[in-house]
Design a protein around this ligand. Sequence first.
Ligand code: ZN
Length: 123
Amino acid sequence: MADFTEDQLTQLKAAMQQRYLTLQEEIRSELTHSSSGLDIHLADDLNNIPDDIDTALIDKQIIEMRELEISLKQFRELEFGDCIDCDNKIGFDRLMAYPSAQRCIDCQNKYEKAFPHKPNPSL
Ligand SMILES: [Zn+2]
């Protein structure tokens, strides 16, 4: 695990949890403000998103939420803060800016070149 200070860890954890809640809220409001008017409950009905919703945006948000879940799990298991590709430190500033980051900047750039269009997540 990257050698963050206690203070940095507290900040990072708060940033991850805050980002997660924000995403959850955004998805919820997108789903409930669709013309279908369905009150969709997260997790239960993500497979049944109505056609008139911007699923590309929601897909991105769901991917980010999953990444945050992974980060929070790594956090609990003290494996947090290392790049999943090269094992280098992701860095405190980058994690504060992108709490869901799984890769260091170098690996993220390589990854995005290799996969310019992420496929839809399998829900
Ligand atoms: Zn890396």
